[in-house]
Design a protein around this ligand. Structure first.
Ligand SMILES: Nc1nc2c(ncn2[C@@H]2O[C@H](COP(=O)(O)OP(=O)(O)OP(=O)(O)O)[C@@H](O)[C@H]2O)c(=O)[nH]1
Length: 352
């Protein structure tokens, strides 16, 4: 039963600021539905109070409507407001309908935590202050009307003071929570960038490339739209290192990465595959187009001095066909690359 109630809850990731808001919305709606269901039944069958049972049934129906809306849309903002208003209405009913039973004011202390948590700092403050002023006004009305108090007037005033303290404290609490969430989010984004970026060239790294390749394969399978993979390997790079040192080799890798990035189409995905090898994913590209693009790149690099030296590369191309997985495609591109090396380097080969 409970797993059914919380079904479709997983649409918000756990680290997201709205995760626990959504959870509270589900919890509160479950609580209100059970409460409203029980009091409806009691008033109808035990106390024979049909009019009150009718009001309870309206509360139950509203809660279920909010629940279905939230389950369908996942809109935390609208559902948060709806639940807060519903919650306030119930406490307001406690305070007004049973005038004289003024212990209902104790429940009003729950308004600030719920409003701050569901609506944030500004709206939480506004809603709490409006409700608090209204509650004070009701109590004042009770005093004027000379109603008998079950809770002493001193007790009521104490609760109202606690409400004011709650509003101030929850403002700090919500601020702390929002700041911590923001910091966490920024740290996560930074970590994600570090985890997916090659330190030397600033390009996407192998891990990111693998993820992207799998995504391309899934998309291609779904849309039946081919894409091409080009593997680029610098020729005789060991000689560059041996002759000029590794630091110079690093500069060559950085410059080449920049050239490649600048001369690819915006939709192409470039990554450093490892060592002196780069990989390019070309979406929605036929073998002919991929070959032309790779040839243009090869000629450009061969004709442009990189760090004042002539640098050439060899390239292997494979094009996705239905049924290919990532490993198959990589294997094909690698074979084509070996062929380019075997056939004399500074050339592009297609896997056939
Ligand atoms: N400077 C530098 N060198 C690297 C880096 N990663 C790999 N290498 C070097 O790249 C060279 C690769 O050498 P090989 O695999 O023999 O290939 P190659 O000399 O390019 O020869 P072919 O690929 O057959 O044309 C090695 O000397 C590695 O040390 C790096 O991050 N920086």
């Amino acid at each position: 039963m409970l797993s059914f109630w919380y079904k479709n809850f997983s649409h918000i990731p756990r680290h997201h600021g709205d995760f626990h808001r959504a959870k509270l919305i589900y919890h509160l709606l479950l609580f209100v539905c059970i409460l409203a269901g029980v009091v409806t039944a009691l008033n109808l069958f035990l106390f024979d109070a049909k009019e009150i049972a009718f009001i309870d049934a309206i509360g139950l129906t509203l809660s279920l409507c909010i629940y279905w809306y939230f389950r369908k849309t996942g809109n935390v903002k609208v559902a948060g407001w709806a639940v807060t208003i519903l919650f306030i209405t119930i406490i307001w009913a406690f305070l007004t309908v049973w005038s004289g039973n003024n212990y209902g004011i104790v429940w009003a202390t729950l308004i600030p935590p719920v409003a701050f948590f569901l609506l944030g700092r500004s709206m939480g403050t506004l809603v709490s202050i409006v409700f608090f002023s209204y509650a004070t006004y009701i109590v004042y009305g009770h005093v004027q009307a000379g109603l008998t108090y079950q809770l002493s007037l001193g007790g009521v005033l104490n609760v109202i003071e606690v409400l004011i303290a709650h509003i101030m404290l929850f403002r700090f609490y919500e601020r702390t929570r929002a700041d911590a969430m923001l910091q966490l989010q920024q740290n996560r984004e930074q970590l994600e960038i570090i985890a997916n970026t090659d330190k030397l060239t600033g390009l996407n790294n192998r891990q990111r490339f693998d993820q992207q390749l799998h995504k391309y394969v899934v998309d291609a399978e779904r849309k039946q739209q081919p894409f091409a993979l080009l593997l680029v390997d610098i020729d005789h790079f060991k000689r560059v290192n041996d002759q000029f040192g590794h630091l110079f080799g690093d500069s060559v890798l950085q410059s080449l990465a920049t050239y490649l990035q600048q001369n690819l189409r915006s939709e192409d995905f470039l990554a450093r595959w490892g060592g002196e090898e780069f990989a390019v994913l070309m979406p929605n590209t036929s073998s002919r187009q991929a070959y032309q693009l790779a040839e243009r790149l090869r000629e450009l690099i061969a004709d442009t001095p990189i760090c004042e030296h002539e640098v050439t590369f060899s390239g292997g191309i494979a094009v996705w066909r239905p049924g290919y997985d990532a490993e198959t495609l990589l294997g094909h591109a690698d074979k084509a690359l070996y062929k380019a090396k075997d056939n004399g380097r500074n050339r592009i080969e297609m896997y056939t």
